[in-house]
Ligand binder design. Structure first.
Ligand code: AMP
Length: 427
């Protein structure tokens, strides 16, 4: 008998029923015994056309005496029985999808069957359920990955890279990586010889009562995902490694630290800048990559690097969104289905603002009021702020002239989401 892992996905019709029926058909095969089942994972469409409905995903472990090819045929037969129609469009919606993820330790490379499944390491919606049924497979996938838990370890590795004149790109993150993070990693790897991502949920940037404890943490899966994006090493320190007991030095910015998120999260950017400065000193990157999604954080990090003469360049990369427009964020995982639907209004309101500006609206109050009106049409959404500011100084603008940043923070239930768009009244 061979142990094999099968990934299941569905985003059409009664999704729970589709999975139940697929599992019943799989379990009814003579030469297959289902030995473990993951829970069902609600996942956002990845690499799919806009308006693609959300997926339910799961992984099961089976013991089988079928050959891999015969197993594939049986899975395709189950898909057919459940009425799956194959579409020519890649990543199109489907009522059921069954993939062989692993077949024992075998490597198979046939035109119609590649095992291990080549996309496992790029997909959290496969890695999370796989981790539930077979954590040892996650260990197997992550065994060659360089993970440094200490400053000393990271520095030694960096030193060898510097000695061979390699350029270093740093991507600071708090983990629970999504495509937004991976876009930064890919860019860092493209620009630099070596990319290192840090995964550190920085206690210093959370106020009491915020979500420090609940913040999602899956470092093993993050390491696999970051590697699949081209990352060469992961720096994953414990809080006490970064802030030993007698720690007492902090970095504070003056002006740009009194607008937007700083108002509702006092002390947040002091925590951010302190950890970013420490990461710059530990990793000594040539380039560091930040997302426009956290615009204020990115410009503050850039200003700090300039003010304190860190010998590096900061790149700010575009916001990556789910197909429905919601900016990707680790915190989106807190949202239930209804909240997730309502959260789309944040992006919709920015698109509307761009449209009315294009039509000639220059009055900041009127633009903000239109944005507010649309957002408040969703009962679950509460506005933290809607601001139109100068993209360089983050000071509130009185009138729209040239470049501007429309920034929004809103709460849905206990989840605080931020988003922004750079606007130019001239085009
Ligand atoms: P975080 O893990 O949330 O601290 O984010 C780490 C880095 O990824 C920050 O520079 C973020 O701005 C960036 N980032 C987060 N979400 C996105 C996104 N949707 N698109 C692009 N970059 C992002």
């Amino acid at each position: 008998m061979v142990t094999s892992y099968i990934g299941l996905g569905t985003n059409l019709g009664d999704r729970r029923k589709n999975i139940r029926e697929a599992l019943d058909l799989l379990g009814s095969l003579n030469n297959v015994k289902i030995s473990n089942e993951s829970s069902l994972y609600e996942t956002q469409p990845q690499d799919c056309p806009a308006d693609t409905p959300g997926f339910l995903n799961a992984v099961v472990e089976i013991k089988t005496s079928l050959t891999a090819i015969k197993l594939l045929k049986e899975l395709q037969e189950i898909e057919k029985k459940l009425g799956r129609k194959r579409s020519k469009i890649r990543h199109s919606s489907r009522n059921i999808d069954l993939d062989i993820l692993f077949y024992g330790c075998k490597k198979i490379n046939l035109p119609n069957l590649k095992v291990p499944h080549p996309k496992i390491t790029q997909r959290r919606f496969v890695l999370s359920p796989l981790n539930e049924v077979a954590p040892r497979m996650i260990k197997r996938l992550s065994r060659d990955i360089k993970i440094f838990r200490t400053i000393r370890g990271a520095r030694l590795w960096i030193k060898t890279k510097k000695q061979s004149a390699k350029t270093i790109g740093l991507v600071p993150t708090m983990g629970f990586l999504h495509q937004g993070h991976l876009s930064l990693i890919r860019k860092a790897k493209k620009d630099c010889d070596v990319c290192i991502a840090s995964i550190f949920v920085n206690p210093l940037q959370f106020s009491p009562g915020e979500d420090y404890k609940q913040y999602p943490r899956e470092p093993a899966l993050d390491s696999i995902l970051s590697y699949s994006g081209g990352c060469d090493a992961v720096f994953y320190p414990a809080p006490e490694e970064m802030y030993p007991q007698d720690y007492q030095t902090y970095i504070n910015a003056e002006k740009m630290n009194d607008s937007l998120c700083a108002k509702s999260r006092p002390g947040h950017f002091k925590g951010v800048l302190t950890v970013v400065a420490k990461l710059f000193n530990i990793i000594q990157p040539d380039m560091a990559y930040f997302g426009q999604k956290d615009y204020q954080q990115a410009v503050l990090a850039d200003k700090m690097a300039k003010d304190l003469n860190f010998p590096l360049k900061i790149k700010i990369m575009p916001i990556i969104r789910d197909p429905d427009g919601l900016a990707m964020s680790s915190r989106n995982s807190y949202l239930n289905k209804e909240q997730r639907q309502d959260a789309r209004v944040i992006h919709q309101s920015m698109v509307m603002a761009e449209e009315i500006i294009k039509k000639g609206e220059k009055d900041i109050m009127r633009i903000k009021s239109a944005v507010r009106g649309l957002i408040l049409s969703k009962k679950t959404v509460r506005i933290d702020y809607i601001e139109i500011v100068c993209p360089d100084t983050l000071e509130a603008l009185r009138e729209l002239k040239g470049r501007a940043l429309l920034a929004i923070a809103a709460r849905i239930g206990k989840t605080r989401l931020i988003d922004n768009v750079l606007i130019n009244e001239n085009n």
